[in-house]
Design a protein around this ligand. Structure first.
Ligand code: SIN
Length: 302
C-alpha cells in the first residue's frame, strides 16, 4: 500500500491476520494520516495500536472523524459518554461479554462497519482478544464449497443471547445488560462483496448466525459448523495481548473476534465505539463464472 504520511508504519501482525500501526497518535491525527489509516483499514480490516493517549473524549473524536456512530442496544454506556459502550467484567463476575467468536451487530439490517476498542482496566495476565480474517478464509475455501454457498443467505439474530430467555440472562452479566425488548433478526448474503476492498468475504459467524434462509435449523447447523471449523485455523486467526495504551480497530464486515475469559478474580474494562456501515451486497458468483468463461473464450480465440 502507499503510505501518504512518512511517520506512519503499517506492518503485518501475523501472516494472515491484522496489522500493527505505529508512528501515529490517534488523538492528534493529521488529515494525511487519517487518509493513510483509511487505506490501511480497507486493506487489513484489523488494526492494532500501542502506546496511545486516548481518553474517552479523544476516543469519541477519533471515531467521529472516521464515521458515524451506532449505539449498542445491549451494553451500558459510560456515565459521561452515551456513545461509548462499556465491555465490563468485575472481579466477582464469572461470565464475560463477547467470550465466543462473533461479529458485532451482524443482526442489524445495516450491520456496523467497525468497532474501536480501548483498554481501560486490564487483568495482570490474560484477557486477550482473538481475531479471524474472513476474507482470507473465504479465498482459501475449496471451489466446490464456494459454489455451494454462493447464492445462500443467512439469518443473524441477537435474541438467543440478549432476549428474555437469552444466554446472558442466565448469567451474572444479566444485571448490566439492557435492551431485551429490542431484539431482532436480519438476513444477509453468506458471501458479501466488501464495500471498500471489493474482496469476497464469508459473512457468517458463530455468535449471531442462526441458519440459512429457507433451510431448516439442523441442516444449516451442519454446513455452518463446517464453515466455522475452516475459519478457526491458525492461518486465519491471531491473538492480541492488551497493554495499557493499546487500541484495536476492526472491520466487522470481514472479521470475527472473541474475548478470552482466562482471568477469573480480576477486573477488565474496555471502552467500545461502534461505527455505522452500509447495506451489504452479495458477491456475484454468476458474474465470476461469466468473466471466467469470457476470458477462456478469449484465450481459445487466439
Ligand atoms: C467485544 O466483543 O466487542 C469485546 C471484545 C473484548 O472485550 O476483547
Amino acid at each position: 500500500m502507499i503510505i501518504r504520511d512518512r511517520s506512519m508504519n503499517v506492518t503485518p501482525y501475523s501472516s494472515g491476520c491484522g496489522a500493527l500501526v505505529s508512528g501515529i497518535q490517534l488523538a492528534t491525527l493529521s488529515d494525511n494520516e487519517l487518509t493513510s489509516l483509511r487505506d490501511a483499514f480497507a486493506e487489513h480490516g484489523l488494526l492494532f495500536f500501542r502506546d496511545q493517549e486516548l481518553p474517552p473524549a479523544e476516543h469519541l473524536r477519533f471515531a467521529e472523524r472516521f464515521g458515524s456512530i451506532v449505539i449498542n442496544k445491549f451494553f451500558k454506556a459510560t456515565s459521561d459518554f452515551s456513545k461509548i459502550a462499556e465491555v465490563r467484567k468485575e472481579k466477582t463476575q464469572q461470565t464475560n461479554i463477547g467470550g465466543g467468536w462473533h461479529t458485532d451487530h451482524s443482526y442489524d439490517e445495516i450491520p456496523a462497519m467497525g468497532s474501536i476498542l480501548v483498554a481501560r482496566t486490564l487483568p495482570k495476565t490474560g484477557g486477550d482478544t482473538e481475531f479471524a480474517n474472513l476474507a482470507a478464509a473465504y479465498d482459501a475455501l475449496p471451489p466446490a464449497m464456494k459454489k455451494r454457498i454462493a447464492n445462500l443467505r443467512a439469518v443473524h439474530s441477537n435474541e438467543h443471547l440478549y432476549g428474555e430467555n437469552g444466554v446472558y440472562r442466565h448469567t451474572d452479566l444479566a444485571e448490566q445488560l439492557g435492551g431485551m425488548d429490542r431484539v431482532g433478526d436480519a438476513t444477509h448474503p453468506v458471501v458479501i462483496k466488501h464495500p471498500e476492498s471489493g474482496r469476497n468475504v464469508l459473512y457468517v459467524n458463530p455468535g449471531h448466525t442462526i441458519q440459512f434462509e429457507g433451510w431448516d435449523f439442523t441442516e444449516s447447523r451442519v454446513l455452518l459448523d463446517e464453515l466455522y471449523a475452516h475459519v478457526n485455523q491458525p492461518q486465519f486467526t491471531c491473538s492480541f495481548n492488551w497493554l495499557p495504551g493499546s487500541v484495536t480497530f476492526w472491520d466487522n464486515r470481514c472479521t470475527w473476534h472473541q474475548a478470552k475469559n482466562d482471568y477469573q478474580g480480576e477486573a477488565r474494562l474496555m471502552h467500545r465505539i461502534t461505527l455505522a456501515g452500509t447495506a451489504l451486497t452479495a458477491f456475484s458468483f454468476k458474474l465470476l463464472l461469466a468473466l471466467l468463461s469470457h476470458s477462456y473464450l478469449l484465450v481459445l480465440s487466439f
